[in-house]
Structures are given as C-alpha cells and as structure tokens.
Design a protein around this ligand. Structure first.
Ligand code: C5P
Length: 222
C-alpha cells in the first residue's frame, strides 16, 4: 500500500504554493513543489551555459540536478549544487525559462522519477500542473485550483510589492497570460484538470477559506 497523495494543480498564481504548504503542515505530510524542479533546471542550465533550445542537454541537467530541499523551523530553503537558490529561482526570468524548459518531453521524463520519490509515509501534497494527470494519476484526491488571470496578476503584484519589487500590473497580466498559454498548449503534460479532479475557483476566496474547503473535502473522502 502506497502512502496517500493529494494533488493540487492549476495555473501559476492561483495560490497553489501557499495552499499546498499550509495543507501539508496541517496534515503533517511531505510537500512536493514540482515547479521548483523546473525552475532549478532552468537556473542550472544558465549556470552551465546550456541553451534553452538544447533538449538533450537540458534533460541531462534535469537528470543530474544536485538539489537539496531543507525545512528548518518552517522556513523552506533550496540548495542547488550546494548554494542557496531559494530566492534566485523565484524571479520572473527564471519562471519564464522554466516554462520553456517544461515544454520539452525529455526534461519532463527526466524529472518524473525524482517527483515520484517524494511519495513517502505518512503522505504527500503534490503541487504543480500535471500532478493529477501524469505524475500521480492514481491519487485518491485531486484538486484543480484556478483564479481569474486579473486576480492572479493582482496577487502577484502585491507579493512583489511586499518584496520591494516595483512591477506594473499590466505587464504582470501579460506575462501570466503568456505563461498560461504556453502551459495549456504544450503537447506533453499540458495544464488541464484531471477527469476526476475537484475544481475550485479561488478568485473571491481568502487563503484560510481555501484551506478550510480542501480540509473538508479531504475529511469527506478520508
Ligand atoms: O509553479 P511554478 O510557477 O513554480 O512553475 C514554473 C513553471 O514550471 C510553470 O510555468 C510550468 O511551465 C512548469 N511546471 C510544469 N509542471 C509542473 C510544475 C511546473 O510544467 N508540474
């Protein structure tokens, strides 16, 4: 019997990262931030001067990714080749490169086993785009979190402002729409809800409201 998995998929900025972390904490389960693996692949490719067009080279980078996920007193840190990459993978530039790298089948294949290895007792919350469709198709509970592109741009804008970064709302909206299009239209593992996913639109919900709804759903399926 494999440990249970809760998959949380959806477009960027729908709140998956925060929600997944809070649910994992509440359940005492492990957490997989699969987007971080694509971001780390993009960052490592830059470091090693592998071009974003070089699919085989990028797959080798993904395969050999030297990454450590640390959780110290609630503070998650990510080490790439021994160096702290926690902040560096969060830039728009790395996010954009990640979504290009993520469109390549050989890269996705190279990261598959690494993602499945996160499934450990007592359970896993898996955050991404294809957790319920490709990586953990047999997961007993699948969530698809959405929010309007405008709302996601607004949230991102707030988040950046809090981090002291000044970005225009309209350019953030454009980037979000471009990233959505790329994630939904790619031929491998496109962003779509699994047939058996529960869809939750978070546009007008607060974070605690979303966490409560999901906890309820879990208890009901439990
Ligand atoms: O979620 P996050 O913004 O960190 O993901 C960065 C990029 O990685 C996404 O735009 C998407 O293209 C890609 N990704 C993916 N499959 C996943 C997680 C992320 O293709 N499971």
């Amino acid at each position: 019997e494999q440990p249970p998995v809760l998959t949380i998929d959806g477009p960027g900025g729908a709140g998956k990262g925060t929600i997944s972390r809070l649910i994992a904490e509440r359940l005492g389960w492990h957490l997989l931030d699969s987007g971080a693996l694509y971001r780390l692949t993009a960052l490592a490719a830059g470091k090693h001067e592998v071009s974003l067009d070089d699919e085989a080279g990028l797959a080798r980078i993904a395969e050999g990714l030297d990454v450590v996920f640390l959780a110290e007193e609630g503070e998650a840190r990510i080490l790439l080749e021994g160096a702290d990459a926690t902040q560096a993978i969060r830039t728009e530039q790395v996010g954009d490169a990640a979504s290009r790298v993520a469109a390549l089948p050989a890269v996705r294949e190279a990261l598959l086993k690494r993602q499945r290895d996160f499934r450990k007792s007592p359970g896993l919350v898996a955050d991404g785009r294809d957790m319920g469709t490709v990586v953990f198709p047999e997961a007993p509970l699948k969530i698809f979190l959405t929010a309007s592109a405008e709302e996601r741009a607004r949230r991102r804008h707030l988040q950046l402002r809090e981090a002291g970064v000044d970005a225009s709302l309209s350019s953030l909206l454009k980037e979000i729409q471009a990233r959505d299009a790329r994630d939904m239209q790619r031929s491998v593992a496109p962003l779509v809800p699994a047939d058996d996913a529960v869809e939750l639109d978070t546009t007008s919900l607060t974070i605690p409201e979303v966490v409560d709804r999901l906890t309820e759903l879990l208890a009901r399926r439990g």
